[in-house]
Design a protein around this ligand. Structure first.
Ligand code: PMT
Length: 397
C-alpha cells in the first residue's frame, strides 16, 4: 500500500464507523487517503473524525467553498490509484448504477479513470430487493469491483447478508489491483506450517513453524491472479481470503492432501516444515511416567517433496525450501538435485529475523542456472521475490 493514493468514499450506513477503521489501517500502511463523504454519511460519523484518521482534508460537498478545492470532483479521482466506496448504501449504489452526479462522491466516480471497488452494506431485505440486485449487477457490468457483503447479525437486529465485509478481504482486493496479474491461469499449490506427530493423546512432536512464510506466499500468489490451494498444518493465522484452505495435522495427512492436488497444479511451493520422523507408536492412552522409557523410537515419514520431484508432471514448476543452520548454499544445491526440483529457497533458521515464526526473512534462491540472494524483508515481500522467480520458470517464459 506504500505510496498508494486511495480515494475513500463513505455513504450513510451505520457501518461507516467500521470503514473509519479501514482509513486508519490504510494510513498505517503508508497509503495516502482522501475521504469523500455523502451528506448522510456525516450523520453517522463526523468529517472531523475522518480528517483526524486520514490526516487530510475531508470533502463532503461539491459546492461548499469552505473545503477550498473547487474542482474536487475532478482533482480527487485524478490523483487516485483506486476509488474505494465503503460502506456503499442502496442509495449510493443506485446513483452510481444510473450514472447520476448529484453529489461529490457520485460525480468523482464518474470522473474516475481508475478501478472502483464497492462494498455494499445494508439490511438484508434491502440487499435482496430486485432493484438493488439490478443496480449491483449494473455496477459489475460497468466494470466496478463489488466485494460481496458478509452475513451475520446486522445493526437492525436481523440476521443475514448485508454486513460490511472484513477488512482483510477488501485489503486483498486492493492489493490485487496493485499487483501484476502474472500468475493468472496458474493453479498454485502451497504447503505451510508444521506437522504434529502424535505420541499419545496428550503429546506430539512438532517444530517452530508458524505458517507465516507459506501464508504470505498464498496471499501474494492470489493477488497475482493465481488460483491458490493452501495445505496447512496447525497454525494461528487467519485463512487468506479467496484461497482454498485444506488443514492437516500429520505429515501423512499432508502427503495425502498434496498428492490429491498435485496432478493439476502448475506450480507447487512446499514451505511447510514437514516432520521427517514420527513416533513408531501413537499410543491410545496417555503414557504414564512409570511406563515411559528414556528412548523414543521414531520411524521416517515419506519425503513429500522428493516424491513430487520423482513423479513430475509435465510443465510443472516445483519449489522446495531448505531450513538450514549451516552450509546453507551447499545444502540448498544438494536438495535441488536430490529432490529434482526447479528452485530451492534456502533460509537460515538461526537468524533473529529469518526462518521460523518471524515476520521477515532473508532467502537465497537456488535454481540450476542461478543463485540469487534476496535482501532481508517482510515475508510478503520475500514471497513476491520467490514468485518473481517462479514466473520466470513457467513454461513459455
Ligand atoms: O512457517 P514460518 O514460521 O514462517 O517459518 C518458515 C519456514 C522456516 C518453515 C520456511 O521458510 C521453511 O524453511 N520451510 C521448510 C522447512 C523444512 O522442512 O525444510 P527442510 O530443509 O527440512 O525440508 C526441505 C523441503 O522438503 C521443504 O520444502 C519441505 O517442505 C520438504 N519436506 C521435508 C520433509 C518431508 N517429510 N517432506 C517434505 O516435503
Amino acid at each position: 500500500m506504500r505510496g498508494r493514493n486511495i480515494l475513500f468514499g463513505l455513504s450513510g450506513s451505520i457501518a461507516a464507523f467500521k470503514a473509519a477503521g479501514w482509513v486508519h489501517s490504510l494510513v498505517k500502511e503508508d497509503a495516502r487517503v482522501n475521504v469523500v463523504m455523502t451528506r448522510s454519511a456525516t450523520r453517522f460519523i463526523t468529517p472531523l473524525t475522518l480528517g483526524a484518521l486520514s490526516g487530510n482534508q475531508v470533502f463532503t460537498d461539491m459546492f461548499s467553498e469552505g473545503e477550498g478545492e473547487p474542482m474536487a470532483h475532478i482533482s480527487l479521482p485524478r490523483e487516485a490509484d483506486v476509488v474505494l466506496i465503503a460502506p456503499a448504501t442502496a442509495q449510493t449504489i443506485a446513483r452510481l448504477a444510473h450514472g447520476l452526479a448529484d453529489d461529490l462522491l457520485s460525480t468523482a466516480v464518474l470522473a474516475a479513470t481508475v478501478p472502483v471497488v464497492i462494498c455494499p452494506a445494508m439490511n438484508s431485505n434491502m440487499l435482496a430487493h430486485p432493484a438493488t440486485c439490478r443496480n449491483i449487477a449494473t455496477l459489475r457490468q460497468l466494470g466496478y469491483q463489488v466485494v460481496d457483503p458478509d452475513s451475520g447479525l446486522l445493526a437492525c437486529g436481523d440476521e443475514g447478508a448485508g454486513r460490511l465485509p472484513e477488512w482483510d478481504r477488501v485489503r486483498e482486493t486492493l492489493l490485487a489491483l496493485f499487483s501484476d496479474d502474472d500468475l493468472a491461469g496458474e493453479k498454485v499449490l502451497i504447503t505451510a506450517g508444521p506437522t504434529r506427530e502424535a505420541l499419545d493423546p496428550a503429546r506430539y512432536l512438532t517444530n517452530r513453524s508458524s505458517g507465516k512464510m507459506g501464508y504470505a506466499l498464498a496471499r501474494t500468489a492470489r493477488r497475482r491472479g493465481a488460483d491458490v490451494v493452501l495445505v496447512s498444518g496447525p497454525v494461528q493465522l487467519d485463512p487468506p481470503p479467496d484461497v482454498e484452505l485444506i488443514t492437516v495435522e500429520t505429515a501423512e495427512e499432508m502427503l495425502g492432501a498434496v498428492l490429491e492436488q498435485a496432478a493439476d497444479s502448475s506450480v507447487i511451493i512446499k514451505a511447510a516444515a514437514v516432520a521427517d520422523f514420527r513416533p513408531v507408536n501413537n499410543h491410545s492412552h496417555k503414557i504414564k511416567k512409570a511406563e515411559a522409557g528414556s528412548q523414543l523410537e521414531l520411524v521416517p515419514n515419506r519425503d513429500i517433496l522428493a516424491e513430487l520431484g520423482n513423479n513430475r508432471q509435465d510443465n510443472q514448476v516445483l519449489v522446495g525450501f531448505a531450513a538450514e543452520s549451516r552450509n546453507h548454499e551447499a545444502e540448498g544445491q544438494r536438495k535441488l538435485r536430490s529432490k529434482n526440483v526447479d528452485l530451492i529457497v534456502v533460509n537460515d533458521i538461526l537468524g533473529e529475523d529469518t526462518g521460523f515464526d518471524v515476520d521477515t526473512n532473508q532467502v537465497t534462491l537456488i535454481s540450476r542456472d542461478a543463485v540469487q540472494q534476496l535482501e532481508l524483508m517482510s515475508k510478503e515481500e520475500t514471497a513476491n521475490g520467490i514468485l518473481d522467480r517462479v514466473v520466470g520458470l513457467l513454461p513459455g517464459e
